[in-house]
Design a protein around this ligand. Structure first.
Ligand code: 0O2
Length: 244
């Protein structure tokens, strides 16, 4: 075998390895998406309510992976990337209310095959710029033809208001490394506060409406239990049935 053909073999091998590497993250997203769909369906069926508004997912771009590994000052090989870049597979779940966020997180991490590696609660401890979200780094086993691989995935869970702010802030500023006037940063922070106030308001309204619904349900049940038909009316009904 000459030198050139060895190089070609190497390239083929690397291409295959790289494809397998990325595929595992794709499979992790597929597996988690199915889990989330099942939770949504079951929750809707049992509680007549779905805490999840929508779900997005992505596999990090190679450029973004390389940028992160460089930023961390780590060597550029697959085992290092696999162990240190834990958000190559990313899922974002948007919930209706703040309380739903923790409920959805619990429902996921309680599953036997999911291992919670790290949790960052930027809702209890928002970032200085105002960013709020619950981040989970989890590990999930992916069963392939010849091996089982544990794959890290980042799950970001937040409300629609938090997502609205984060998506726009991401576009406006997040990856812009140059200085931005303090007044604009303050404005963004203020906008995050407004989003938070909106979340709290909606949560309160929802709790009050649920209370009204619950009271009405209890009243309805009581009325049903107290419903007593006069014996003459019942007799009339049985006689009518016999005539038929
Ligand atoms: P992208 O393009 O969204 O993928 P680590 O992942 O632990 O090495 P870090 O920054 O400590 O790095 O992780 P952290 O704080 O959990 O944040 C990871 C992700 O959260 C980011 O991924 C963003 O998606 C989101 N995020 C964190 N802070 C902000 C913020 O201030 N504004 C917005 N809009 N999003 C934020 P990436 O890889 O940085 O970017």
């Amino acid at each position: 075998m000459d030198y050139q053909s060895i190089e070609l073999e190497d390239i083929k091998h690397w291409k295959k390895e790289l494809l397998r590497f990325i595929m595992a993250y794709d499979f992790a997203i597929k597996e988690l998406t199915t889990k989330i769909n099942i939770l949504e369906d079951e929750f809707q069926h049992i509680h007549d309510y779905n805490p999840i508004e929508h779900v997005k997912s992505r596999v990090k771009s190679p450029e973004s992976i390389l940028f992160k590994i460089k930023k961390k000052g780590l060597p550029m090989d697959l085992p290092t990337i696999r162990e240190n870049i834990r958000d190559i597979a990313g899922i974002r779940i948007n919930c209706s209310f703040v309380s739903d966020i923790y409920q959805v997180a619990d429902m996921l991490v309680q599953q036997k095959d999911i291992t919670l590696i790290e949790q960052k609660d930027y809702i209890q401890h928002p970032k200085y710029n105002g960013y709020k979200s619950l981040h989970l780094i989890i590990k999930i086993p992916i069963f392939m033809s010849d091996r089982v691989e544990d794959v890290y995935t980042e799950i970001q869970i937040r409300t629609i208001a938090m997502d609205f702010w984060a998506s726009l802030e991401h576009k406006i500023y997040y990856k812009y490394n140059k200085a931005i006037p303090q007044a604009l940063k303050d404005d963004l922070r203020d906008a995050a506060l407004s989003a938070w106030e909106l979340d709290q308001r909606m949560e309160r309204i929802n709790a009050e409406v649920n209370q009204i619904k619950e009271e009405e349900h209890i009243r309805h049940k009581q009325a049903e239990e107290e419903l007593v038909f006069p014996p003459e009316f019942l007799k009339l009904l049985t006689e009518e049935k016999q005539d038929d």
